[in-house]
Design a protein around this ligand. Structure first.
Ligand code: NAP
Ligand code: MG
Length: 470
C-alpha cells in the first residue's frame, strides 16, 4: 500500500516535526501495510496557520466557484474509485463489494450533493428590516473515526468547503491511508493550497492539540461518546463551536402485521454490514411476543448467509473488525451476554480463523432491556432480539438507552409506522425499509451527539449569521 511520509499542509507534502510513526495493519491477516508519521502539536499548529492564511480568499470565492471545486473533487473520487475501495478494504477490512458500493459510493453522492448545494444555497435571507448574511464559521478542526474512513471525511470536508471554511483533518490512526489518498484527490481537484490540510497522528496527541488550538473556530468530531465528552469540554472552555456525532444503540421495531421475513433480512444485513461497525447499526431487534420464536428462527437463517471471510474476495459479506482492541472488546461483550443469561442463537466468542481480527456473526435471544448487551454500544457483528407485549412496551424499550441516533419501524402500513416513529427519541427512522438519503439531516438525540451532518442542515453547521438592519 502506498503511504506518504509527510503531512499535507499548505498544498504540499511536508515532513513531520517529530519522528513518531504509526503502523497501519491489515486486519484480515495482521500484516504491516505501511507506516505513516504521527504528528504532534507542532504539525497541528503549522496546519492551522495554513488554514487561517487560506481562509479569507476561500471565504471570498463566490459560491459557484466553490461548487466547481467540490464538483471536481467528486470527479476525482469517481476516477479513483477502485483505488479508494482497495485502500479501505486493506486498512479497515471491509468486504470489497461493500467498500465499492458504500465506502466510496456514498462519499461520491455526498460530494455531488454539496457541489449542488453550494451553487444553489441562498447564503442570505431577508427578515423584516434585516438582511441576514450566512458566512463561514472559519477554520474547522475535523476529527474522524475509522469505521467509514472516506465517508466521514467527505461528510465534513464537503460542507465546510461549500460554506467557505478551511480545514485541518485528523483522521483515525487505524485508517490514515484513505485520508492520505483523499488529500491527493483534493490536490488533483485544484482546491487552493491551505484550504484543506491533513495531520495524521494519535487522538490524545494530534487530536487533542487540534481540538484545543486557538486558531480553530469549530471542532467537528465523530467517534465515541467518551472522547466526544472531552472534546465538548475543551471546545466549551474555549467558546468554540462544536459538533459531535457519537455512538448509538438503535432499535429495529417490528410491529405486528409487518412483513416479518423482509424486516428480519434487512435488519440482519444492517448489523452485519461493515462488521457491525456503524454508529447507526440496528443492533436491537424488537419483536412482538406472539412472533418471537418465528423471528428468532428467521434471524438464525439470515445470519448463516454471513460467514466471515477474506475481505478481498468479492463473495465475502463479513470481514474482520478493524483492530485487536475492538475484537477483544466485542468478544468481551459476547461473554458478558452469556453470563447475564441471554440465549446464544448463533456465533459466540471463539475466533473463527487463526489469524485476523474476526468475530463470528453473533445473535442473542431472550435479551432483556437491562442487560449490558442491550444498553451499551458493542460495535461488532452482534444482534440482540428483545420481546415486547404491546406498542407502549416496545416504545419504552426502544427509547430506553442513553442513545438516539438511528432506528427503524416496520408495520402493516406507513401510518402506523410513522405514528410510532414520532414517539421515538432518535435522529433518524427508516419506515418499512426506507433507504439512506444523503440530503436528510444525520445526527443524534440524547447522548448520540450535538449537531447534524449532510444536506442543507449539515451545511448550516458551518455557517454563522450576520444581521444587517435597514
Ligand atoms: P475514538 O477514540 O472516539 O476515535 C475517534 C477519533 O477521535 C479518532 O480520530 C481518534 O484518534 C480521536 N481521538 C481519540 N482520543 C482523542 C482525544 N483525547 N482528543 C481528540 N481526539 C481524540 O473511537 P475509537 O477508540 O476508535 O473507538 C472506540 C469506540 O467508539 C467504538 O467501539 C465505538 O463504540 C465508538 N465509535 C463510534 C463511532 C461513530 O461513528 N459514532 C465511530 C468509531 C467508534 P485515534 O484514532 O488515534 O484514537
Ligand atoms: Mg481511540
Amino acid at each position: 500500500m502506498k503511504a506518504h511520509d509527510g503531512m499535507y499542509i499548505g498544498g504540499q507534502w511536508r515532513p513531520a516535526a517529530g519522528r513518531e510513526r504509526t503502523a497501519v495493519l491489515d486486519p484480515a491477516d495482521e500484516r504491516l501495510l505501511a507506516e505513516v508519521p504521527a504528528g504532534d502539536a507542532r504539525d497541528v499548529d503549522t496546519a492551522v496557520r495554513a488554514a487561517r492564511t487560506a481562509l479569507p480568499a476561500w471565504a471570498a470565492t463566490p459560491p459557484a466557484g466553490r461548487a466547481a471545486r467540490i464538483g471536481a473533487l467528486r470527479d476525482v473520487l469517481v476516477a479513483r474509485r477502485a483505488e479508494f475501495a482497495d485502500t479501505v478494504t486493506a486498512e479497515l477490512g471491509s468486504p470489497i463489494g461493500f467498500s465499492e458500493r458504500v465506502h466510496v459510493g456514498s462519499p461520491i453522492a455526498v460530494a455531488a450533493s454539496f457541489a449542488e448545494l453550494a451553487a444553489s444555497y441562498p447564503f442570505e435571507e431577508r427578515i423584516g428590516n434585516s438582511t441576514v448574511l450566512l458566512e463561514p464559521v472559519g477554520v474547522v478542526g475535523a476529527i474522524t473515526p475509522w469505521n467509514y474512513p472516506l465517508h466521514q471525511v467527505v461528510a465534513k470536508v464537503a460542507p465546510a468547503l461549500a460554506a467557505g471554511c478551511t480545514l485541518v483533518l485528523k483522521p483515525a490512526e487505524d485508517t490514515p491511508l484513505t485520508a492520505q489518498l483523499f488529500a491527493e484527490a483534493v490536490h488533483e481537484a485544484g482546491i487552493p493550497a491551505g484550504v484543506f490540510n491533513l495531520v495524521t497522528g494519535t487522538g490524545p496527541v494530534a487530536g487533542q492539540a487540534l481540538a484545543a488550538h486557538e486558531g480553530v473556530d469549530l471542532v467537528s468530531f465523530t467517534g465515541s461518546t467518551a472522547v466526544g465528552r472531552k472534546i465538548g469540554a475543551t471546545a466549551g472552555a474555549a467558546v468554540k463551536r462544536v459538533a459531535l456525532e457519537l455512538g448509538g444503540k438503535s432499535a429495529n421495531v417490528i410491529l405486528p402485521g409487518a412483513d416479518l421475513a423482509k424486516a428480519v433480512t434487512a435488519g440482519v444485513g444492517h448489523v452485519m454490514n461493515n462488521s457491525g461497525q456503524s454508529c447507526n447499526a440496528l443492533t436491537r431487534m424488537l419483536v412482538h411476543r406472539d412472533q418471537y420464536e418465528e423471528a428468532v428462527s428467521l434471524v438464525a437463517a439470515a445470519v448463516a448467509g454471513y460467514p466471515t471471510g477474506d475481505p478481498r474476495d468479492p463473495g465475502t459479506r463479513l470481514g474482520p473488525l478493524v483492530n485487536a482492541a475492538q475484537r477483544d472488546r466485542v468478544r468481551a461483550y459476547i461473554v458478558r451476554g452469556i453470563e447475564e443469561g441471554a440465549r446464544l442463537v448463533a456465533g459466540g466468542p471463539d475466533a473463527p480463523h487463526a489469524r485476523g481480527y474476526f468475530v463470528a456473526p453473533t445473535v442473542f435471544a431472550d435479551v432483556t432491556p437491562g442487560m449490558t448487551i442491550a444498553q451499551e454500544e458493542i460495535f461488532g457483528p452482534v444482534l440482540s432480539i428483545l420481546a415486547y407485549e404491546d406498542q407502549d412496551e416496545a416504545l419504552r424499550i426502544a427509547n430506553g438507552t442513553v442513545y438516539g441516533l438511528g432506528g427503524a419501524v416496520w408495520a402493516a402500513d406507513e401510518e402506523t409506522a410513522v405514528a410510532f416513529a414520532r414517539r421515538m427519541e432518535t435522529g433518524q427512522v427508516d419506515i418499512n425499509g426506507g433507504r439512506f438519503n444523503v440530503l436528510a439531516p444525520f445526527g443524534g438525540h440524547k447522548r448520540s451527539g450535538i449537531g447534524r451532518e449532510l444536506g442543507p442542515h449539515g451545511l448550516a453547521e458551518y455557517l454563522q449569521t450576520k444581521s444587517l438592519q435597514f
